[in-house]
Design a protein around this ligand. Structure first.
Ligand code: ATP
Length: 465
């Protein structure tokens, strides 16, 4: 990979935010050489005094232990872009446990959890704020797509092991040079030019998950693949690099992708990057598929809004939508090696879905409709609704089932029926099922109406009290 870059300097703010006195109208410092004073000012203006003080405190504690601390990765990227940062990540050049322990001893109310297997720690502040600490490390990939061998390293090594230039920047928290900006690969300049660039030519071969990570970043921050990086992507695909990746690692990345709010844009990009085959054959009618995906996302939201405590794997809904118009075997071969517990249900739903509209239209009683909906998994149900407008009878019927019918139970249970003289066994099961149907159809509503119904059906003798 060459390191040719677009011209570095222009007079725009570094990362235009439109509402930040820091950036507005100030001449841009040469990218990669942001002065510490400017970084300190950004931290203060964008993250506030309280967080700035916390970073100062950790920097002091780490320096006292002789283990410099740096703000790294996505936090630096988010700071420069003035985006809210979900996690604040620190890299420590030394013993993480010692730094975390000292922070918890010296900083009032701060709790530390150390994870020896990863050499990482979490600092938890009394107000719920959390900081992640990891040891700076060197990574070596023994084989393409294998997990890396890891050993302790310094901040430079820790930056070169990273995925993209925009994630390979650091800010020193050392009291001597707090705010020093480390940007050895030109991440700030790439951010400024909306470019996604890997750090070295073997990056995608070492770790193909970076391709999907990159796609997510490209969608999230509207980035373009830098020319050499695009070439490296094509090379990696020509070498069928995903075939070497474990199903578990591939599924993890695909699940993140499917969870993106902006999934339609991500799927468009998946096509542009020649990656459809990871999920399915390239669709002939992309727009129609994206419309169904949007509807599916809408139904997932609807579900969470009405059943907030109930688990639903949104990715399973979206996969079902994605696989509706491809041969069943396309889904089956992927699910064969992705560790997805819902896989069996998805395959079952894909068989059932085509029959559903006709069966629903024919269903004469509410109990028959409910049994039809029951034959699908939750994701399968939502995937079917996504094929119709929100106001369609099918969507309405499915929503009615979930809201009104699913929770209905028979007023009499097995014990009640035995107390009434019915023998245990399969016959009892059938009676219970008929009672449930009668409840769904509105023929019974409580124990007494159920008892009378049993008499009318000849299941109980009329003289029963
Ligand atoms: P987000 O806002 O999505 O959390 P992030 O950049 O913090 O973005 P993480 O997945 O939390 O993303 O990763 C933290 C950092 O670890 C990244 O910024 C990147 O530098 C590095 N990283 C994560 N995964 C990889 C990978 N597969 N290869 C190289 N570096 C990685």
């Amino acid at each position: 990979m060459t390191t040719d870059k677009p011209p570095a300097v222009n007079s725009d703010p570094l990362i235009s935010t439109g509402h930040d006195s820091l950036d507005a109208h100030s001449a841009i410092p040469k990218a990669g050489h942001l002065p510490a004073a400017q970084i300190r000012q950004m931290l203060q203006q964008r993250w506030g005094d309280a967080l700035l003080e916390r970073l100062h405190a950790i920097g002091r504690i780490a320096a006292n232990l002789g283990t410099p601390a740096y703000l790294v990765g996505g936090s630096v990227r988010d700071l420069l872009q003035n985006h809210p940062t979900p996690d604040v990540d620190l890299a420590i050049e030394g013993d993480v446990r010692a730094v975390a322990g000292a922070c918890s001893a010296e900083l009032s109310g701060v709790q530390c959890t150390y994870h020896p297997q990863f050499g990482t720690a979490i600092l938890q502040y009394p107000d719920g704020f959390q900081l992640d600490l990891a040891r700076c490390r060197i990574e070596h990939y023994p084989a393409p797509a294998a997990l890396p061998e890891v050993q302790p390293g310094d901040i430079q090594a820790d930056l070169i092991r990273r995925d993209f230039t925009i994630n390979a920047m650091a800010i020193s928290l050392d009291p001597e040079n707090f705010g020093d900006f480390l940007d050895p690969y030109g991440g700030s300049e790439d951010l400024q030019h909306n470019l996604l660039r890997v750090l070295h030519p073997l990056s995608f071969l070492d770790d193909p998950t970076r391709i999907l990570r990159g796609l997510r970043f490209a969608v999230r921050f509207q980035l373009q693949l830098e020319t050499d990086t695009r070439g490296l992507l094509e090379e990696a695909l020509a070498q069928d690099v995903f075939a070497r990746l474990s199903g578990a690692r591939l599924w993890r990345e695909l699940k993140y992708l499917l969870e993106l709010t902006d999934l339609p844009a991500a799927l468009e990009k998946l096509g542009a990057w020649q990656l459809w085959t990871l999920l399915r054959p390239a669709p002939l009618e992309l727009e129609a598929l994206l419309a169904r995906i949007r509807r599916g996302q809408q139904e997932i939201k609807w579900f969470h809004c009405h059943f907030s405590g109930e688990k639903l794997l949104g990715a399973a809904v979206l996969l079902t939508i994605l696989w509706r118009d491809v041969p069943w075997a396309e889904a089956e071969k992927r699910l064969h090696y992705w560790p997805l517990a819902e896989g069996r249900h998805i395959l079952n739903d894909l068989h059932r879905l085509s029959e559903m509209p006709v069966a629903l239209a024919k269903a004469s009683r509410p109990s028959v409709v409910a049994r039809l909906w029951e034959s699908l998994s939750l994701p399968g149900m939502l995937a079917l609704w996504a094929e119709y407008p929100e106001t369609d009878a099918i969507t309405e019927s499915g929503r009615y089932y979930l809201l009104k019918q699913r929770g209905l139970t028979s007023p009499l249970n097995g014990k009640d029926l035995q107390a009434m003289g019915l023998a245990p066994g399969p016959q009892l099961g059938k009676v219970l099922r008929r009672l449930h149907d009668a409840r769904l159809d509105g023929a019974i509503k409580d124990k007494e109406t159920a008892r009378q119904w049993l008499i009318r059906q000849g299941i109980l003798p009329a003289i029963q009290p």
